[in-house]
Design a protein around this ligand. Structure first.
Ligand SMILES: C[S@@+](CC[C@H](N)C(=O)[O-])C[C@H]1O[C@@H](n2cnc3c(N)ncnc32)[C@H](O)[C@@H]1O
Length: 408
């Protein structure tokens, strides 16, 4: 395998943006690829894959390269070089590199020592699975026996899953358009199609026409969990850019109403663009600007979705950089926000109505325990109905939690 200096330099630049300038990995890669139109498909794949995999295996790569703290450009070159040496061992399916090109940037990086330290690193779980100590500790204490398997699964590359938009088309038509050989249905998730080959989805006419959205199979179980029926008034109170609002609109067949709310205006703007592409006609958006916004809607919803902000520890496959950016203080803060949202927003549900509380975290303290504490406080007016967890290790989906509650 020949290494091209320009591509390794671009990988180094992206890593510096992510770890020094603290920028989000997906944005960095997207921008880098956009601003270098001359790169071909192979170059793009090299950069995207290498950046994501180095971010995913950051602690292990640092250990192998003997880089304690990456701050200087030289550190990042050494990390990019070390990754090329250990990649075939770590991922398989890549040609083994006996030595690195004789570039001045790789000076002082000894392939033999990198491979030895890599093998050494594999003996300690936190290094081998490339996880900060504090997350590994919390995972072990909260998730217990299953943590080791979940941890390993959270380090796999996530599959691309589509949700076929039933407002516009059906699974068979989309499979015909994309190819039966590269799409696969997903057991238990009726509108999901798994892509067996990576492709530029946003460039496809079928995407531009709103025939499908990208949405993990686990996430696609949350809309149906809310038990919506035609004509209902539904509130999605933490709607973000609307992955689940759009699904709910399709489940309602564009009947009734969906009110999609969030505290971030730009997300709601993106949601509106997506709703229009999806042919959604029963949805309005509302910015939450103060507690009054919620208070005004008291007792108005047949169904309420609370897809609350969380640590994102269930979706590390897709956002590997978040394990390095997440801080214990944030986890404490976000648990408080979750409890407040549950407490205050639940008032929007009518008597006899239902609510789903959902997270993309595999930690019970953000999920099951929040729901237990809420139902304990509200025995008189809320009934716990059921809960469900998706597991990266067990079913290959992202790690979501969903609980259904009914207002008495
Ligand atoms: C897990 S994300 C939602 C993802 C979205 N439902 C989807 O399916 O694409 C959580 C959202 O909650 C929003 N949020 C954070 N604090 C909030 C609050 N106090 N009230 C409402 N939304 C909030 C965030 O801006 C974020 O968009």
């Amino acid at each position: 395998m020949k290494l091209y200096k320009g591509l390794v330099a671009a990988t180094v630049e992206a890593l510096q943006d992510i770890f020094v300038k603290n920028r989000q990995a997906d944005r960095v890669v997207e921008q880098l690829l956009k601003s270098n139109k001359k790169w071909g498909a192979r170059d793009r794949a090299f950069i995207a894959e290498n950046v994501y995999e180095i971010v995913r295996w950051w602690r292990l790569v640092k250990y192998a390269a003997h880089v304690e703290k990456a701050t200087e450009s030289e550190d990042f070159w050494h990390l990019a070089g070390a990754w090329q040496l250990i990649k075939p061992l770590q991922l398989g399916g890549h040609e083994v590199l006996e030595s690195l090109p004789e570039w001045p940037e790789f000076e002082g990086l000894n392939p033999q020592s990198v491979r030895e330290r890599y093998q050494e690193g594999l003996k300690t779980r936190r290094i081998a699975q490339s996880m900060p100590d504090w997350i590994d500790q919390i995972g072990e204490s909260e998730v217990g026996e299953e943590w080791a398997a979940e941890l390993a699964a959270l380090n796999k590359t996530a599959p691309v899953v589509l949700r076929v938009n039933s407002l516009k088309t059906d699974i068979a038509t989309v499979r015909e358009q994309l190819g039966f050989d590269i799409t696969e249905t997903v057991s238990g998730v009726p509108e999901a199609l798994l892509l067996k080959k990576r492709m530029n989805i946003s460039g496809l006419d079928s995407f531009k026409n709103g025939f499908f959205e990208v949405q993990d199979a686990g996430s696609q179980l949350i809309g149906p969990y809310l038990d919506v029926h035609a004509g209902m008034s539904v509130i999605d109170a933490c709607a973000g850019a609307g992955g689940k609002s759009l699904h709910l609109a399709a489940l309602l067949g564009n009947t009734g109403s969906i009110l999609s709310m969030d505290i971030e205006h730009h997300k709601l703007q993106e949601l509106e663009r997506r709703a229009s592409r999806n042919g959604v006609t029963n949805l309005t958006t509302m910015l939450i600007s103060s507690e009054k916004t919620i208070a005004h809607l008291s007792g108005t919803a047949d169904r309420l979705l609370l897809d609350v902000p969380c640590s994102g520890l269930g979706v590390l496959r897709r956002n590997p950089d978040s394990k390095w950016k997440l801080k214990p203080e944030f986890l404490d803060k976000i648990r408080k926000v979750q409890a407040d949202i549950l407490e205050n927003y639940s008032k929007m549900v009518k008597k006899g109505g239902k609510m789903v509380y959902a997270t993309c975290s595999i930690l019970p303290s953000e999920s099951e325990e929040q729901v237990r504490a809420f139902t304990k406080r509200h025995k008189a007016d809320w009934q716990f109905v059921s809960e469900h967890r998706t597991s990266p290790a067990r079913d290959g989906f992202d790690g979501f939690y969903m609980a259904l509650l009914e207002r008495k």
